[in-house]
Design a protein around this ligand. Structure first.
Ligand SMILES: Nc1nc2c(ncn2[C@@H]2O[C@H](COP(=O)(O)OP(=O)(O)O)[C@@H](O)[C@H]2O)c(=O)[nH]1
Ligand SMILES: [Mg+2]
Length: 242
């Protein structure tokens, strides 16, 4: 089995060297390919990534997390075997790649495993009250309107997927697998893939936001806008019967 590590990166110069330097020992014993998607960064993100044994994909202009994630996942189609693993994580070095082993363990009976702040044993520290509330609220709302069995953290970008499920997603949705530009791409992908029959579960994630070195790209107002369009995107997909 091979693992593809998908790292969308926008202005991650402060965090990327340590993350990429640590990968070989964090993932010791695994066959993996790391894919960095530099989304039009204005800093040295691409130059740093190029110094490591990674596949570097680039957008000339900043297109947003959704577009970067889609570029990374589309690159994988046809490149592996159905049971290969796809790990997505932040490039800001706040997600410990070694959690992959816990995620992979659950993969035998599931297709998507979420590193979750909201399941038993999960938590987050160092995050502002507004953001924590907003994130919790959005996950809660999605759980009611677009329930995904086994999921409580809809927006965590730290997940493992079976490659076959990503490929199936592109087969059915084509370029519309991810329509969100911003952070709401995470719930969008989850709800769409679960709608195609992907089995979902979670492992606890204790998220330490205070360890973040690069500045957060999280913008509360943009997020609310993103989520409004997400609800429309998902409603449309539901009406089409996808
Ligand atoms: N490609 C791309 N990635 C982004 C963009 N904004 C954020 N990211 C990446 O998405 C991930 C999450 O962003 P981050 O700032 O860490 O958000 P936070 O951890 O939720 O505060 C990181 O890997 C960022 O580099 C963007 O516009 N384009
Ligand atoms: Mg982050």
């Amino acid at each position: 089995m091979k693992v593809f590590i998908i790292l969308p990166a926008y202005n991650e110069e402060p965090a990327l060297p340590q993350l990429l330097a640590n990968l070989p020992h964090k993932l010791a014993g695994l066959a993996y390919e790391a894919v960095v998607i530099d989304d039009g960064s204005r800093d040295r993100t691409a130059a740093i990534a190029a110094q490591y044994p990674v596949t570097l994909l680039r957008h000339d202009k900043n297109q947003g997390l959704g577009a970067a994630l889609k570029t990374g996942l589309a690159y994988l189609v046809g490149r592996g075997r159905p049971d290969d693993l796809v790990l997505t994580l932040d490039a800001d070095d706040t997600h410990d790649p070694a959690l992959l082993f816990a995620l992979a363990e659950k993969m035998t009976a599931h297709d998507i495993v979420i590193a979750s702040r909201y399941c038993a044993g999960g938590a987050q520290t160092g995050v502002g009250a507004v953001r924590a509330l907003l994130s919790r609220l959005m996950s809660g709302l999605l759980q009611v309107v677009f329930p995904v069995k086994g999921a409580s953290d809809y927006s965590s970008g730290f997940r493992a997927y079976r490659l076959a499920v990503i490929e199936r997603g592109f087969q059915v949705y084509g370029d519309k697998l991810i329509e969100s530009r911003g952070f709401s791409c995470m719930p969008e992908l989850l709800v769409k893939l679960a709608g195609l029959g992907a089995r979902v579960t979670e492992v606890p994630l204790v998220m330490h936001y205070e360890r973040k070195r690069s500045s957060s790209k999280f913008r509360p107002l943009a997020l609310i806008g993103d989520y409004l369009s997400l609800f429309l995107i998902l409603l449309q997909a539901r009406i089409k019967g996808q």
